[in-house]
Design a protein around this ligand. Structure first.
Ligand code: PRP
Length: 215
């Protein structure tokens, strides 16, 4: 790894392809191939290193300064509660963070000890605390929609994009919590010391977003 290069954390999964697409539009990340098992791509010409990381970990890489900037979902920003600068909304990765469950559970939301299964315990706890609602959080790492089906929880809090996972499991949105999308974030020290490069890429991405909006 070269410390003088600009290091960019790219999320795997849903946001990955769109991140590469938008970076390609501004002439970056041409060598990155998300289908390979490679985790580091180096562009010596532009002096950029790309790290391919699990989306939930982008915040850690950027907060620690291993990556100077990164692309990350707002859900991960809210969940990780780590200090970074949020530089730009990237106008993709739109989804909602919601409480979902069986339709009947909608009148149970005020119950003492509502059991909420989620991959996002911090974000969920904060949301309910701010509204003085008591809950019990059941932390899961995936497939949270299963929890109400088998009686592990009363409801779930999770991201919904197309709604097909909820639908396939007979669940519905009960309460909308947050609108989410992908963001460009920066390490705070990098932002000072690599300002010109970070500002340059932020401006180019911003321009690319405007061009897409005007198409
Ligand atoms: C996410 C999320 C939902 C689903 C929503 O999970 O946690 O389960 O996608 O998307 P949809 O509204 O388009 O159906 P992901 O696919 O990342 O898998 P996971 O459950 O293993 O985390």
């Amino acid at each position: 790894m070269n410390k003088n290069y600009l290091t960019i954390a790219i999320p795997k999964g849903r946001l990955g392809e769109e991140s590469i697409e938008v970076l390609n539009k501004i002439g970056y990340a041409k060598s990155v191939n998300l289908d390979s098992r490679k985790l580091v791509f180096i562009d010596d010409e532009d002096q950029i290193q790309y790290l391919i990381v699990k989306s939930i970990d982008v915040m850690t890489y950027v907060n620690q300064g291993v990556a100077d900037i990164g692309i990350v979902g707002k859900d991960n920003i809210l969940e990780e509660e780590l200090e970074v600068y949020e530089l730009l909304d990237l106008s993709f990765g739109y989804c909602q963070f919601v409480i979902a469950g069986f339709r009947e559970s909608s009148n149970r939301l005020q119950d003492e000890k509502l059991r909420v299964a989620t991959k996002y315990p911090n974000m969920t706890a904060k949301y309910f605390k701010e509204r003085n609602r008591k809950i019990e959080i059941i932390k899961l790492n995936g497939s949270v929609e299963l929890a109400p089906l088998v009686g592990l929880s009363d409801v779930i809090s999770d991201i919904v994009e197309t709604g097909s996972t909820l639908k396939a499991n007979g669940l519905e949105i009960i309460e909308k919590m947050y609108d989410l999308s992908a963001k460009l974030v920066s390490n705070r020290v990098s932002y000072r010391f690599k300002f010109e490069r970070i500002n340059h890429i932020t401006k180019k991405l911003n321009q690319a977003m405007e061009d897409i909006d005007n198409d």
